[in-house]
Write a protein that binds this ligand. Structure first.
Ligand code: SAH
Ligand code: SF4
Ligand code: F3S
Length: 448
């Protein structure tokens, strides 16, 4: 079996769970599609380019499937993920060599669908929504290294006018709290030190507290504080948050809970109120700036990250200047920025005053130059500091390990392999374009 994953971390999580589910059925992980009897494309629909990649990959796989058939070897092709959900029928029409189209809420049914596909030799289309059933029926989790993702929330009810996610992933659903705690514990027993809680709107997660705990409704802040009590779990992160769901409980937890890492991805998309309104983000630039001020007051060393879209329909050059001004005002440690991509079926696609491509290119280049300068400055400011680094994997050179700082920066340093999986204080001595260079501190030097 070979799984190719596109898109966000929730897809990465799902791919891992699919592999876990198929392993007991005898599907081992192959190094390439050539070596696989089953290829799963776990796809992303967020921008046009992402969706196009799927069809070009399917073109390549078609050739491979025909070649293999000639030598008597069978290969099944499954399309999973958000393109499967959004364009299921179109995929089977455009690519009849696809055996199975399976939406994100139906992965637990993979074994059954594979058996059916083998029996019936027809295409199978499975795109119903049933989030809790999905998680309940996925096999036990196997950890792979000291860090892990854990999906706690799926779907989105925000309906930003540019975005396909509410259509591909369905409405907001919070995963069951006992199942989340059990999965976290099982990961920690297997040596996981850092868990990143995932959701399209992770801070919309809510639940009644687990049996015996106080409170009426718990939000993400309470969940993080509760998970922080697990012995052996050292770091907690969460992504992606929406400004509208950033409540006081979560802000307080960020300031007070040591295991919650001081790094927050809080997309704003644009700096002009007119554009924010047209995007249906549900807040103004001033509200976002005020929110960040409250977060920084509670958690002074927090590093911020964001997502931005340039060239949303109707965005004038003054509107775009407002985005630059907002970025200047906030100061980001890292960020993702995109040209607006017109997605079929979303309100934005039908809006007048679409921005010409050349204009989008120019705006994106200016925004990225500013964000890149901020990122570089933030990285450089770490030089001389001693940061706790979670040592994740071997580095490129002999004797080198790569780890993560609290701010999610990669840190390269010389350390014995026996230290893999541990958190060690390292003095930051240099920066490269994409990482920090560190040195293990001698005993007695404290992290600061
Ligand atoms: N739920 C998250 C984001 C999910 S999609 C949130 O609300 O912030 C990740 C990012 O992709 C978005 O933040 C946005 O910046 C970008 N994106 C989504 N749809 C897009 C589109 N049609 N064109 C360009 N970028 C888009
Ligand atoms: Fe998309 Fe907006 Fe929902 Fe994020 S909040 S997933 S951008 S609709
Ligand atoms: Fe893409 Fe679906 Fe994630 S559209 S960004 S894979 S939720």
């Amino acid at each position: 079996m070979f799984i190719r994953t596109y898109g966000c971390q929730m897809n990465a999580y799902d791919s891992e769970r699919m592999a876990g589910l198929l392993k007991p059925l005898g599907y081992g992980v192959a190094a390439s599609p050539e070596a696989a009897d089953l290829v799963i494309l776990n796809t992303c629909h967020i921008r046009e380019k992402a969706a196009e990649k799927v069809y070009s990959e399917l073109g390549r796989l078609k050739k491979l499937k025909t070649e293999k058939a000639r030598t008597g070897a069978a290969m099944s092709i499954a399309v999973a993920g958000c393109v499967a959900q959004a364009e299921g029928g179109e995929i089977t029409a455009r690519a009849p060599h696809v055996d199975m189209v399976i939406g994100p809420q139906a992965y637990h049914r993979l074994p059954e669908l594979l058996a059916r596909a083998a029996r019936e030799k027809g295409e199978i289309l499975e795109t119903a929504f049933a989030v809790d059933e999905k998680f309940d029926r996925l096999a036990d989790r196997q950890a792979d290294g000291p860090t892990a993702f854990l999906t706690i929330q799926e779907g989105c009810d925000k309906f930003c006018t540019f975005c396909v996610v509410p259509y591909t992933r369905g409405e907001e659903v919070s995963r069951n709290i006992d199942a989340i705690i059990a999965e976290a514990r099982s990961l920690v027993v297997q040596g996981v030190k850092e868990i990143t809680l995932l959701g399209q709107n992770v801070n919309a997660w809510e639940s009644a507290p687990p049996a015996g705990e106080a409170g009426e409704r718990w939000g993400l802040g309470e969940l993080c504080r509760h998970l922080a009590k697990i012995d052996g779990l050292e770091r907690i992160r969460f992504t992606t948050s929406h400004p509208r769901d950033m409540d006081d409980g979560l802000i307080a937890a960020l300031g007070e809970e040591e295991k919650l890492m001081p790094y927050l991805h809080l997309p704003v998309q644009a700096g002009s109120d007119k554009v924010l309104k047209a995007m249906n983000r549900g807040h103004t630039a001033e509200h976002y700036i005020g929110l960040i001020a409250r977060i920084r007051a509670a958690s002074p060393d927090i590093a911020l990250s964001g997502d931005f879209i340039v060239g949303f329909p109707g965005e004038t050059s003054e509107d775009f200047e407002a985005t630059l001004a907002l970025v200047e005002e906030i100061g980001y440690a890292s960020a993702y920025s995109f040209k607006y991509s017109r997605r079929p079926g979303t309100p934005g696609a039908a809006m007048p005053k679409q921005v010409p491509e050349a204009e989008k290119d120019e705006r994106l280049a200016r925004l990225q130059a500013l964000l890149e300068a901020q990122r570089a400055a933030f990285n450089k400011a770490q030089i001389g500091r001693v940061l706790p680094v979670l040592l994740e994997k071997p580095g490129r050179h002999q004797g080198q390990l790569v780890g993560r700082s609290p701010y999610l920066q990669s840190v390269h340093l010389d350390a014995p392999e026996s230290m893999l999986g541990s958190i060690a204080p390292a003095r930051i001595v240099d920066v490269t374009p994409n990482a920090l260079a560190g040195e293990l501190t001698t005993k007695g030097e404290a992290a600061a």
